[in-house]
Design a protein around this ligand. Sequence first.
Ligand code: F6R
Length: 241
Amino acid sequence: MKLIRTENYAEMSLEAGKFIVDKLRSNPSLTLGLATGSTPKGVYEYLIQDHEENETTYKQVKSVNLDEYIGLPAEDPNSYHYFMSQNLFNHLDISENHTHIPNGAASDLEQECLRYEKLIKELGGVDLQILGIGQNGHIGFNEPGTPFTSRTHIVTLDQNTREANSRFFNSLDEVPTHAITMGTASILESKEILLLVSGESKAEALFKFINGEISEEFPASVLKNHQNVTVIADRDALKYI
Ligand code: F6R
């Protein structure tokens, strides 16, 4: 595992952005695994700016997102479909049918999980997966206790996760209770993983990730079994390291 230390959120985003663009230059038909949330927003801003200034193209790129809330239609401003369109896809030359996000409004959610898992296989797997980390160590929405063997599945969100994400909603009650997420095993099959960690609220999680044992009680710890992981963290997140 490689750890890149940065001063702050802006520098973390810049380093991660350069990292991704380098990969795109050597493989323009990359399959990118994407995350939502606060952490990758700055990276997406970098990718948009780079696309505008340096004409990096996404015409052959395919993307698969980690997760989606259950019960929110794609047009809902709190859905991850909406987040991805607003914060990335609408600003790149990526074709809409190359972007994939689990459908949290599907009528048959079990079937949707199987479809998504099959889709990832058909795409030849994820070349580079971008991840954030939850304060409880979750990756995607694989909450503590999720088996390391899990595939795309339906999860009940932890109270801690719902509280952390309530900042985007009018109230905690509005935060969905369930989500679809790529499983831990699905994530671990990515050829390469880029984990981004920013801010003091993640310092404890980063400490546990680096120093703790590999355990299903701390899902991110499984990344230590992967051969090609880069962590880019900022000074606040590295407080205890
Ligand atoms: C989002 C995702 C989550 C987030 C994590 C951190 O698609 O899979 O695991 O990466 O909850 O969220 P932020 O970046 O908002 O702190």
